[in-house]
Design a protein around this ligand. Structure first.
Ligand code: MLT
Ligand code: ZN
Length: 468
């Protein structure tokens, strides 16, 4: 698939206007910049145009048209992705699901909701709350990410220890495949043993097999009066020991960590330290505590962990407001460091392997990045670490990416020895594509390619993402 000459472009766009109203086809520079990229800032957006279909039929027509003209499509949600999967830098047509943002159905007996793919995560969460229920998959980008995009990357976030990933909540999917067929997958069923479950193939497919247009999601009851604790941890060894103790006694809904260096960035943005003592690492954990029933137990566990030397200070939220403020210390990290164009790692291993991995990569990073600011944070209770390397202001973006790419080879080789993954929740997209082989061997990638061929024989769906 190549870039188009200006006469080809005019003809292609005229063809689209035959079935899409003119206002929903945007060719201006602002739209190209806005819709042509996600939160990564490594690629120059350069889409052919941006189209905003309003119906499934229009999506289908677009896919058929793209097949006829060998036109590459980039499906686009809230563009909060961190791996470049929604970037259009080679003259692709961006297909934004933004207008398809309606909640279509709710069933109290099934505790399920059906919505269009462009529904914003927070809108769905609010809708669930209004029904006395909850959609518990949650992350800092809740205000802009779309359900369709969450499904396309199998998004995780901050409550996975309790509620799992997006995949665990999807009971039905409508997709338009790269061939232009509309598939209605699983239809909200809990049990369905009638052969291959294609729904799960589309979850995490990063727009490479087709376009997700509708989803049916399970809902659950809300948490009972959650409390948040932030704990000051002197070294990496204590993190998983604390987790083992707390998860054995409390109903944890989150177990996150961040380093003092990461905390300093949110403090610069106006937040306050959780307590006076500065420690190299912090744990943020949330647990259900109806009527304060588990407060004494939490305090006893706190004392036990202090006696063991695993933590040195801590705070427990006294109100919903304080809980929210404590959460911001963790949730705001990503946004507070964005200006430093961080090189983002999103690695995972089995929980049992976390201590050994932490020890090894701590040494590796100190050796390989002596002059860079390296920040640690992440969903350590899921075995998921975000290691962010900040770009020195004076260093060119390309030089920085090259430097970090070289270190990644060491990091991912270590990860491979521990049976881990190069991406836990951000996806492969463009940024992790060169490293896919550390997680999936050549035979397996061969099967992935063959599957893509089935759903997208002309290679029009998000070409160049995940693998070439
Ligand atoms: C997070 O955990 O904060 C998000 O995955 C975003 C990030 O890694 O920067
Ligand atoms: Zn994360």
């Amino acid at each position: 698939m190549t870039m188009h000459s200006s006469s080809e472009t005019t003809a292609l766009l005229d063809g689209i206007r035959a079935f899409i109203e003119p206002a929903s086809l945007r060719t201006d520079a602002d739209s190209a910049l806005l819709y042509g990229r996600d939160w990564t800032r490594l690629y120059q957006p350069n889409p052919l145009a941006v189209v905003l279909p309003g119906t499934i039929e229009q999506v289908r027509q677009l896919v058929c048209y793209a097949n006829d003209h060998r036109l590459a499509l980039v499906p686009s949600g809230g563009r909060t992705g961190l791996s470049g999967a929604a970037v259009a830098s080679h003259g692709e047509l961006v297909v934004s699901l933004e207008r398809m943002n309606r909640i279509l159905d709710f069933d109290a007996v099934d505790r399920s909701v059906t919505c269009q793919a462009g529904t914003v995560t927070e809108a769905l969460q609010n809708f669930a709350r209004e029904q006395g229920l909850s959609y518990p998959v949650d992350f800092a980008s809740r205000g802009s990410s779309h359900i369709g995009g969450n499904i396309a990357t199998n998004a995780g976030g901050i409550k996975v220890v309790r509620y799992g990933l997006t995949r665990d909540w999807v009971t039905g999917l409508k997709v338009v495949t790269g061939r232009g067929d509309l598939l209605d997958l699983n239809r909200g069923l809990i049990k369905n043993a009638s052969g291959y479950d294609l729904r799960h193939l589309f979850i995490g497919s990063e727009g490479t097999l087709g376009i997700i247009v509708e989803a049916t999601l399970k809902l659950t009851r809300p948490l009972h009066e959650p409390n948040v604790m932030v704990l000051g941890v002197p070294d990496l060894n204590g993190l998983m020991a604390i987790y083992g103790v707390l998860r054995g006694a409390l109903e944890l809904s989150a177990f996150e960590f961040f380093s003092e260096l990461a905390l300093r960035h949110v403090l610069k943005k106006g937040l306050h330290r959780p307590f006076e003592t500065a420690t190299p690492y912090y744990v943020l954990t949330e647990f259900e505590n109806p009527a304060g029933r588990f407060t004494d137990q939490a305090l006893q566990l706190f004392e036990h962990c202090t006696e063991q030397g695993w933590l040195v200070d801590g705070v427990i939220s006294q109100s919903e407001q304080q809980a929210k403020e404590l959460w911001r210390l963790r949730e705001d990290i990503s946004e507070s460091i964005a200006e430093h164009q961080p090189y983002k790692n999103d690695i995972s291993v089995r929980i049992s392997r976390v201590p050994a991995l932490l020890e090894e990569i701590d040494h590796l990073l100190a050796r390989e990045y002596p002059n860079f600011e390296v920040l640690w944070y992440g969903h350590i209770g899921d075995g998921n670490l975000h290691i962010n390397i900040l770009k020195p202001a004076e260093m060119a973006t390309a030089t920085f990416a090259e430097n970090c790419g070289a270190v990644s080879e060491h990091l991912f080789a270590t990860l491979q020895r521990h049976g881990g993954s190069i991406s836990a929740e951000h996806g492969v997209g463009l940024t992790k594509k060169p490293y896919l082989h550390y997680t999936r061997d050549a035979t397996e990638v061969g099967y992935l390619r063959a599957l893509k061929q089935v759903f997208d024989p002309n290679g029009i769906m998000n070409p160049g993402k995940i693998f070439d």
